[in-house]
Write a protein that binds this ligand. Structure first.
Ligand SMILES: Nc1ncnc2c1ncn2[C@@H]1O[C@H](COP(=O)(O)OP(=O)(O)OP(=O)(O)O)[C@@H](O)[C@H]1O
Ligand SMILES: [Mg+2]
Length: 603
């Protein structure tokens, strides 16, 4: 696991990010880089023009004075002019590269095959930092160009100093501690920030809960507002305390390093003026170049610090995400069957959620026959949804395996498998699109297939929801959008169910309490219709359209459950009973007991 847990090495990661920028806008990148270097040069030559000017004036050499004056003028104007066009070019490059990188990161995140990365705290913190950094990743190219510009200036300046006396090169050496502290600083600070990442996430979450609309009702009824604020404050301080300490410590070292350089600069000027008894022009050059030296080193160091802090770290996270996304479907080369002949088998499947030890499913062995309607029942937290998620390949079993027509599910490419799945989930998503797209995204290739959308809406019993909306299927959903409307929970759920019915012949249709918000009668009628249709497509009926698709139904309503061909009873993460309604009733076990309790309650 450590290969996906560790961040990849910094320099190769940076190189990869650089290549991404080049791919996004090759010409702009080259021009921006060239201009950044060209803009750096005139500035560095200023010290030379000062020296020549002093030499000319003191020696009464007119030609030299004119040369120096022209040099000064060209340098000043050139610096300004090149900076302006270089800024413009860089801005254009940044606009293009930002959008390319943002899309890249969003695409990568969405293409990760499992959802583990949304649940492991270490990954979450990493992704949160990457999400924040993707907006500044574009600055980093600029930063790299600028760094090169500073290094060029620095090189020219050191060369000028050495022309006076080789020992003056030492001045650059004395600046080394400032470089070291600057490069070391951001890493230390960032590590402290990342260590407290979960406290920071908690603080943000509490802020969202306290200030956003969806939790608003409960926050007011329970009156937990003040408590949320206090908890948020505490979480923030847990994050900020260590971060502030790390920042203070690194600032002290940094200041010390700069103090050493300042002393050396003064020493160098005194050395040239009194020990070398140099000409005034040379002293002027050392004064000007030396003072520039501190600015250049400061610039280079600051820029390198920025690069290290954000780009190196940002590009490492980006490279990690790229590798992680790629690792997910590695070695998955088995084709997904066109239809199910043998069905799906769970062989001793156990599962614990990432980062936890508790087995949520424990040694589950099951056979799901092709063309059957399978109901899963059990108390809250028994593991029903988890079983469904494993089947959707959102997680890998911790132990054991799932076989689809005898082939291990883990060997099938997640995308190919999922394109044959369909379903409605307990915690469905409210896609705030126009209704026809909110439903249509259930089968992307037929997103705009009007009859298909209408049919799915009908099958889900959602026609009444659509009929009530002003613009029917064209209605914009989501109250924050222009002319957008909000729906009740049950209405949203019906649309989610319709979305689940968009794919016509899935190998597995998952219905994880998709109708919990509907009344029992509606649910019953819906599933009766649905189960009848599903049975018609069984392979043993020798119909041309028979593809053995399996329907998995999770419900707490036994009136619905009893219609299933096969009922799986989960209890305390294990399968305790499985069979038909009649068989389970005859067995007189857990199922029979639960069934009687519910039936009695309805009488
Ligand atoms: N993302 C998660 N990370 C860690 N533990 C989880 C996660 N999701 C669920 N669990 C745990 O796994 C167990 C089974 O949850 P699951 O959602 O499968 O139950 P369920 O049978 O679907 O319950 P319900 O009837 O309430 O929907 C629960 O104890 C829950 O705490
Ligand atoms: Mg559930």
């Amino acid at each position: 696991m450590s290969s996906t847990d560790d961040l990849p090495p910094a320099l190769p990661a940076m190189w990869r990010a650089l290549k991404r920028g080049y791919e996004a806008a090759p010409l702009l990148l080259s021009v921006a880089f060239g201009l950044a270097l060209a803009a750096a040069l005139p500035d560095a030559l200023l010290a030379l023009w000062f020296k020549l000017l002093a030499d000319g004036v003191l020696g009464g050499r007119r030609g030299l004075v004119v040369t120096a004056a022209v040099g000064l003028g060209v340098s000043a104007a050139g610096t300004w002019f090149l900076r302006v066009i270089s800024d413009r070019t860089q801005r254009r490059f940044r606009d293009q590269v930002t959008i390319a990188l943002e899309s890249h990161v969003a695409w990568l995140q969405a293409s990760v095959a499992t959802i583990e990365h949304h649940e492991r705290p270490a990954y979450l913190d990493r992704l949160a930092m990457l999400r924040n950094q993707v907006f500044v990743l574009d600055h980093m190219y600029m930063s790299l160009f600028t760094t090169c510009g500073w290094i060029l200036r620095l090189g020219v300046t050191v060369a000028l100093l050495v022309s006076i006396h080789p020992a003056l090169a030492l001045l650059a050496g004395v600046a080394l501690p400032t470089v070291l502290t600057s490069t070391w600083r951001p890493g230390v600070e960032r590590a402290a920030e990342e260590r407290g990442g979960s406290a920071n996430r908690l603080a943000r979450h509490l802020f969202d809960v306290a200030t956003t609309a969806p939790p608003g009702k409960e926050v007011r009824v329970t009156r937990i507002g003040a408590r949320l604020v206090a908890q948020r404050r505490a979480a923030w301080e847990r994050w900020y305390g260590p971060v502030a300490r790390a920042r203070r410590r690194s600032a002290v070292w940094h200041t010390l390093a700069w103090a050493i350089f300042g002393a050396a600069y003064v020493g160098a000027v005194v050395f040239v003026a009194s020990v070398l008894a140099a000409a005034p022009g040379d002293v002027l050059l050392v004064l000007a170049a030396g003072s520039r030296l501190s600015a250049y080193i400061g610039g280079a160091v600051g820029e390198i610090g920025f690069l290290r802090g954000i780009w190196l770290e940002g590009s490492r996270r980006l490279a990690w995400l790229e590798d992680y996304a790629a690792s997910q479907s590695h070695g998955a080369d088995a084709p997904v069957p066109a239809q199910l002949g043998e069905g799906i088998r769970f062989e001793h499947v156990s599962f614990a959620y990432p980062g936890t030890d508790r087995l949520v499913l424990d040694d589950v062995t099951l056979r799901l026959a092709p063309g059957s309607v399978v109901a899963i029942v059990g108390e809250n937290g028994a593991g029903k949804t988890t079983l469904v998620k494993l089947l959707c390949r959102l997680y890998q079993p911790t132990r054991g395996r799932i076989l689809v027509d005898g082939v291990e599910l883990a060997r099938m490419p997640p995308d190919a498998w999922r394109s044959r799945l369909s379903g409605a989930f307990q915690d469905f998503c409210r896609f705030e699109f126009r209704v026809r797209h909110t439903v249509g995204v259930g089968d992307l290739p037929r997103l705009d297939d009007h009859p298909a959308v209408v049919a799915a809406v009908d099958r889900a019993g959602a026609a009444d929801v659509v009929a009530q909306l002003g613009a029917g299927l064209e209605t914009q959903l989501g109250p924050t959008w222009p002319e957008g409307v909000d729906l009740s929970f049950g209405q949203w759920q019906k649309l989610a169910l319709a979305r689940g019915f968009m794919r016509e012949r899935p190998l597995v249709l998952v219905l994880d309490e998709p109708t919990a918000a509907l009344d029992a009668e509606t649910e019953h009628a819906l599933f009766e219709r649905y189960a009848a249709a599903a049975r018609r497509s069984r392979p043993d009926r020798a119909q041309p359209a028979a593809d053995g698709g399996i329907t998995i139904l999770v419900s707490h309503r036994f009136s619905t459950v009893r219609m299933a061909d096969f009922i799986v009873v989960l209890r305390g993460s294990r399968v305790v009973e499985a069979g038909t309604h009649e068989a389970l009733m005859a067995q007189g076990g857990h199922y029979a007991e639960l069934y009687r309790i519910q039936a009695a309650a309805y009488r």
